[in-house]
Ligand binder design. Structure first.
Ligand code: ZN
Length: 601
């Protein structure tokens, strides 16, 4: 007899209830329906095809673009007692053959393959010889050219509809804007099926966006304040910045590694493995780092350089807090970042029309950076989603104050005008502060009316003013003049008419983490016990040569540290404790909990 979905959820995965739309999706697919599923990262996407695979007769075929992701899933399923194998080019011919034999003998619950292999005549021939439970197409945005990670082989997956008309197909992704979604459904012939869109919100991620002011120190203070000894990612704009940043933080005593595409494959893989398998590694990385990382307990993502646009920001910050526990995204930005991103866009080998789109997207991101309202609202609106003020971002915690900055803005803009609209911020500020040097004397700028009229502010405050004038579209970065500033039409009008201009006051990082943790756990977590449970987990993971989160997520350990089960029966009620894991590891963790009680009494 085939198992029931609810029993599997409880016995195999150790959960009492479904999350979000999981239940409707699972029912729909078990009944043989096709589906397109958009679900944010960390909300239990894989259960949507794993449970139907187990409930339906035959083997579930999962299409995944990355070998690393396949391997994580296979290991995790093995510990749950589910029989799954991957067939991929990283494995030996014997190992692949043995997996195929198992599949043909009906011994596998699930098989993971890349689209390239699935669509070979040989593999399709094998599938014709077995009963297939379903096809799951993971990372389905790869099918669309609108998506951010197009893979030509994905488009051929449409053939499955013709070759296996009676087998349900479910396509899943975490990031796709409206045109991409439509494209995926059309290309994969899923129109007859149902679409499940769960929204984009990642409520456990706290967003903070601050102007740069000694940025490494800002990040160091942030880590020390909240996340010392935890895993995190620091995104850096260039390879050399990645290396320098790793070095700087190492000198401050933190466990920071570097990752970028210029390193050898071996060095990159070694660092990635450490990040994945240890509890407290921080990765200083370019955006080359991220694809194929499925670590659930990344506690923070900090940006030392501005991302390309809001989609990139959402995707990169989305690597934090996949386990649903409180996590933090911190973005630091300055005018030099705006100049750098504008330059990337202008120097890229793309059509003018594409460049215009990219500039608009960058402007939308700058709007988010300078916003005085809830950050989450802006991010979700960008994806045509909505929420009320979230109470979990820096602007909600500590609403920014604005002030009438007409006079300072006039000074700053008129300095741009009087120096001929071609100089960068550093020079303009020197003029405002009345600093003479050879260059200034050469141009005669020590004699103009704006020379020395800005001594009421220091350099940092003036940088703040110029950055905000650029993001308010009063000034623009002129790439034909090597990143010098010039007035926009709007700015020219504002200057002439002495229009009232408001700017944001300078703001410090708010401290809100404690509030979040309290809200998430009604019962206090015994932090010392939690740390001991983490140690036990690390020890088991090392023996098995798997990442610790594959044994248990932090959420499961935290539940143990709250409820402190005394017996295996009590242990069975902990979320994430399925039958197989209870048998294999329940006693070991029980011992940690009991051992500690004896020690205290
Ligand atoms: Zn908010």
């Amino acid at each position: 007899m085939l198992p029931k979905a609810d029993d599997l959820l409880n016995k195999v995965y150790g959960f009492d209830t479904y999350r979000g739309q999981q239940e409707q999706i699972i029912e729909h697919v078990i009944a043989g329906g096709n589906a397109f599923v958009l679900m944010p990262t960390g909300s239990g996407k894989s259960l949507c095809y794993q449970i139907p695979s187990l409930c339906r007769e035959g083997v579930g075929v999962v299409v995944s673009p990355l070998i690393a992701l396949m391997q994580d899933q296979i290991q995790a399923l093995a510990l749950l007692g589910v029989k799954a194998e991957s067939i991929n080019s990283n494995k030996s011919a014997e190992a692949n053959n043995s997996a195929i034999q198992k599949m043909l003998a009906g011994e596998l619950d699930m098989v993971y393959v890349a689209p390239e292999r699935l669509l070979t005549e040989e593999f399709l021939g094998l599938l014709k010889q077995v009963k297939v439970a379903l096809f799951a197409i993971d990372e389905a945005h790869c099918v669309s050219q609108w998506g951010h990670d197009f893979r030509p082989h994905y488009t051929r997956l449409a053939e499955l509809a013709k070759l296996f008309p009676d087998i349900p197909r479910i396509a899943l992704t975490a990031t796709a804007d409206a045109p991409t979604r439509k494209d995926i459904v059309e290309r994969l012939h899923l129109k007859q099926g149902r679409t499940f869109v769960s929204g984009f919100d990642r409520p456990n991620i706290h967003y903070s966006i601050l102007p740069k002011n000694n940025p490494r120190q800002q990040i160091l203070d942030f880590i020390k304040e909240t996340y010392l000894g935890k895993s995190g990612i620091i995104y850096c704009g260039t390879r050399s910045l990645t290396e320098e940043t790793a070095e700087w933080f190492k000198n401050k005593g933190l466990n920071v590694l570097a990752y970028h595409a210029g390193m050898t494959k071996e060095a990159r893989q070694a660092n990635q493995r450490k990040f994945q398998n240890e509890d407290n590694v921080i990765m200083a990385a370019t955006i080359a780092f991220g694809m194929g990382i499925d670590k659930p307990d990344v506690r923070f993502v900090a940006h030392l350089s501005l991302p390309r646009n809001i989609e990139a920001y959402y995707q990169e910050t989305g690597r934090a807090g996949r386990d649903g526990m409180p996590a933090h995204a911190l973005l630091l930005y300055g005018l030099s970042d705006v100049v750098m991103q504008s330059r990337f866009i202008d120097e890229a080998n793309t059509e003018d029309h594409q460049k215009r789109i990219e500039h608009q997207k960058l402007n939308a991101l700058l709007g988010l950076c300078e916003a005085a309202c809830c950050r989450r609202q802006i991010i979700l609106e960008y994806f045509s989603d909505t929420c009320s003020a979230c109470g979990n971002c820096d602007n909600c915690d500590n609403p920014p104050e604005t002030f009438d900055a007409t006079i300072v803005a006039q000074k700053a803009m008129s300095c741009v005008y009087r120096t001929g609209q071609r100089f960068g911020v550093t020079y303009l500020i020197d003029v405002l502060l009345g600093k003479t040097d050879e260059r200034m004397r050469k141009f005669g700028h020590h004699k103009i009316t704006t020379f020395g009229i800005g001594i009421e502010y220091d350099k940092v405050r003036w940088q703040d003013v110029y950055r905000q004038l650029v993001t308010q579209n009063l000034l623009m970065v002129d790439m034909t003049a090597h990143g010098g500033l010039k007035l926009t039409l709007k700015g020219m009008n504002a200057l002439k008419t002495r229009e009232i201009i408001y700017l944001r006051k300078h703001k410090k990082l708010s401290k809100s983490k404690k509030k979040i943790e309290k809200a998430t756990f009604a019962n206090p977590v015994d932090e010392a016990l939690f740390e001991e449970l983490r140690k036990k987990r690390l020890q088991i993971a090392k023996n098995l040569q798997v990442a610790p989160f594959i044994i248990f997520h932090d959420t499961t350990l935290r539940e143990m540290a709250v409820h402190k089960p005394n017996t295996l029966n009590e242990m069975a009620t902990i979320k994430g404790m399925g039958e197989r894991k209870l048998t294999d590891y329940g006693a070991a963790f029980l011992e940690v909990i009991k051992g500690r009680d004896q020690y205290i009494t």
